[in-house]
Design a protein around this ligand. Sequence first.
Ligand SMILES: NC(=O)C1=CN([C@@H]2O[C@H](COP(=O)(O)OP(=O)(O)OC[C@H]3O[C@@H](n4cnc5c(N)ncnc54)[C@H](O)[C@@H]3O)[C@@H](O)[C@H]2O)C=CC1
Ligand SMILES: CC(=O)C(=O)O
Ligand SMILES: [Mg+2]
Length: 476
Amino acid sequence: MATERTAGLSLIYRLELKNSSHIFGLVAHHIGEGDGDIIGVDVVTVSKDVVIRDVNVNVFDREHGNRIRERLDAEDGIKVINVSDRTYLMHLGGKIEMRSKIAVRNRDELSRVYTPHVADICRTIAEDPKQAFKLTIKKNTVAVVSDGTAVLGLGDIGPYGAMPVMEGKAMLFKQFANVDAFPICLDTKDTEEIIAHVKAIAPAFGGINLEDISSPRCFEIEARLKQELDIPVFHDDQHGTAVVLLAGLMNACKLVDKTLDSLKIVVVGIGAAGIAITKMLTLAGVKNIVGVDRAGIISRHESYENPMWQWYSENTNPENVKGSLDDAITGADVFIGVSGPGVLKVEHLQKMAKDPIVFAMANPNPEIDPEVAAPYVRVMATGRSDYPNQINNLLCFPGIFKGALDCRASDINEEMKLAASYAIASVVNEEELSEQYIIPSVFNKKVVEAVRLAVIEAAYETGVARRRYRNYKDVK
Ligand SMILES: NC(=O)C1=CN([C@@H]2O[C@H](COP(=O)(O)OP(=O)(O)OC[C@H]3O[C@@H](n4cnc5c(N)ncnc54)[C@H](O)[C@@H]3O)[C@@H](O)[C@H]2O)C=CC1
Ligand SMILES: CC(=O)C(=O)O
Ligand SMILES: [Mg+2]
C-alpha cells in the first residue's frame, strides 16, 4: 500500500522583498528547490521599493526550515525578517474561551441571572440536586482531567505541559459534539488526592473524561471514581482508544478476509491504552493476544508486581510465548502499538503472517514511520492527523459523551463502548472500504451522530439511562 503525507511543520516566513516583478518567482524557486511546500501567501505592506510578504510553507522539521531560510537570505533582494511557527501562533493566549448564552443588558436582567432572583434557583437545586441537570451547565458539561503524567507519548511532563492537550480535547468536544468541556490539570500525582479533587468538582459536571494519567494509577483512579460518582467517568486513553481501534480492526478484517477469532495480535505498550485495547478485543471475540512491554513478552513464566500485568499474564498469551517482540511477532496477523516511536522494524514486518495489519498508534510519533512500513504491510494506520487511517480516540469521545449526557447515563459501560465501536465501523460502507480507508475521518459528520444514537440505545437497554423517553431517538 502507499501512504500519503498531508501536513508537516508549518512555518510562516515574513520576507522583505525588493519591489520588482520577478522577485516572488525567486522566492518560489528557492522554497521549491529547497523541498518546501508553499501553502499560502499574504501581502503585509507594499511601498514603492519594498513589499513585505508572509509566505506559509510546510517543511519536514526545523532543520529543513532553517535550510530554506538560509537559501532565501542568500538571494539578493530577499531578506527574511522572521520565521514563526503556525502551531505556536495558534496557541497564543490558549485555544478556548467561556461564553455566556444570554446577555445581561440591564439591572432587571442582572437581578435575575445573579442576586437576588438567582437565589430561588439555588434553593430549588439545594432541595432537589437532580435539578442541577436542568438548571445549570451540568447537563452538557464534561471535565477533562489530567495530572500530566502520560501526555501523548511525551511521558510525565506535568500539569502545565499537559494544558495544551487538555484545551485541545475541550475544543474538540465543543466542535464535534457541542459538548462544553473544561481542561483541569491537577498539580498532584497522588491517587487519593486526584480522586478527592475530582469528586469535589463533580457537582458542576455531567461527566468526567480522564486523560493522559499514567498506568497503573489510572486504573484505580477510574475504578474508584466510577464507583463513587453517579456520572460517567471514562478514561479516554483506555476506552476511547480501544473503541476506535476495534472499529478499525473490524473493517481491516473485512479487507483481508480474516475473522477476529482467528487473529494472532501483538500489542506493544501494556499501559493504559494497551490493557483497555486487550480487554475490548477479548470482549469482541479475539482469542490470541500477546502483550509486549519494555521488559519483553508478558507471560506466565513470570509474576508481576503491577496487578494489571499479572492479570494480563493470566488472561492473554494462550501459547505462553516468552522473549521479545522479535519472538512475539512471528506469524502475527496484527501489530498494535501504543508504546513509543521506533519500536517496530522492517525485520519484524517481514516475520508477520500474510496481509499484515499494522496500527502504530503512539503519538506524536508512531512505532514505525508509515512510509518505511508501506511496502511490507497491507493495512497501515496511525494515531496522527496527517496520514490516512487515523485511529484516534477523537473518533469516540465526543459522540460517546454526547450520547451519555443526552440520556443522562450514570455510567459508560461495556455495552455502550461496543455499540460505539460498531457505529464507527458502520460509517465506512463496503463500497468505500479500502486499505487507505478503514476508518472514517474525524471530520466525517456522520460519526458523532452514529455513536451518540448507538450509545443512547445501549444505555437504555442496559438500564443506565436516567431520562425517560418513549423512543430513544427523541433524546436530544
Ligand atoms: N492513537 C490514539 O488514539 C492514542 C494513542 N496513545 C498513545 O499510546 C502511547 C501510550 O499511551 P498510554 O497507554 O496512555 O501510556 P502509558 O504510560 O499508560 O503506557 C505506555 C506503556 O508503553 C510502554 N512502552 C513505552 N515505550 C516502550 C517501548 N519502547 N517498548 C515497549 N513498551 C514500551 C511503557 O512501559 C508503558 O507500559 C502514547 O504514545 C500515546 O500517545 C494513547 C491513547 C490514544
Ligand atoms: C490521542 C491521545 O489521547 C493520546 O495520544 O494520548
Ligand atoms: Mg490521551
